[in-house]
Write a protein that binds this ligand. Sequence first.
Ligand SMILES: *Cc1c(COP(=O)(O)O)cnc(C)c1O
Length: 406
Amino acid sequence: MTAPTGTRSSADLIRAEEPVLAHNYHPLPVVVARAEGTWVEDVEGRRYLDMLAGYSALNFGHRHPALIEAAHRQLDRLTLTSRAFHNDRLAEFAERLAALTGLDMVLPMNTGAEAVESGIKVARKWAYEVKGVPADRATIVVAADNFHGRTTTIVSFSTDETARAGFGPFTPGFRIVPYNDLAALEAAVDETTAAVLLEPIQGEAGVIIPDDGYLTGVRELTRRAGCLFVADEIQSGLGRTGRTLAVEHEGVVPDVLLLGKALAGGIVPVSAVVARRDVLGVLRPGEHGSTFGGNPLAAAVGTAVVELLETGAFQRRAAELGTVLRDGLADLVGKGVVGFRARGLWAGVDVDPAIGTGREVSKRLMHEGILVKDTHGSTIRLAPPLTITAEELRSALGVLERVLNR
Ligand SMILES: *Cc1c(COP(=O)(O)O)cnc(C)c1O
């Protein structure tokens, strides 16, 4: 008999995973047992400031009271219908999400990768039915160093060999151009192009922010070429950068918006394709679907998330505290930090490789009570819940300074 959870130590639980859990992750050696707001607690009761926030899936912190209450209320009433029937929560979710993003229609899905897959299908169908691309000839232009998820089709256009190797044959129909390079994008777009699919800020690549004018250029180019601009805001969207959407920093409205992560409030997977009616309207009954997509529990949580964002308070907070983050990181340049990129409460920090890899630095921060995640090489990513206080943020930056300079 194995002892019930709660009586086993962190070390014991980590050892227990090894033979029974697929090794597709390499987590930091911390076993989280409970969390609230910006803080998590491990099995032994040690507390950590969460500076990763589930890769932005926890923009509102752990167990935000309004989200937990919405989930509890819905759990007591109705959880799943499938889309064979209507449910009484879905209309409001779609109405309010469309209004929040300034677009017309919503296709509810579950995970981010499903939203991306759905966006690809919609763009291809639009290309054949509206643009008139010959059957099976549609292309989608994407950026190098992208991260859009882990399905077979999505890794088909990844440039990360670790994500691809061993998983072919791959889905054709994608062209890869360098990110932040309008000339290369222009050269790749032609009459077969259904869409340009991009992250407005590349998260997994290390919070890579394109030059001012790039997103505007993509918008103009796609409009001129008669193809769609699909913005993957699964990580950058919903308050993280100080605006509801990262594209708003350039006043750009994409044709198709992909949302996930924070849309789920940290409770149940919720993602969505949000688009203009003339684009998402190409789908007809039977052509696409999901058993769980748009379930009443997800719709209730998603609606509560949209309600939090409608106030604008989280976006303002991310913008204000983003200044604290940026100033704090600027002070660390030359003191263990060789460079950084930041927008809102989101930063990619390049640590001096002489100090250690991103993972080594992440481990040292963990021992000091701060949870972060490395991306590549010596880069760590900071993305705390948007509910973090200025004091917590300053204290985390202080710990980072100490860890990098001893
Ligand atoms: C996380 C992420 C995805 C994939 O989301 P999953 O829920 O993990 O499938 C897609 N695009 C971007 C930009 C992401 O950050």
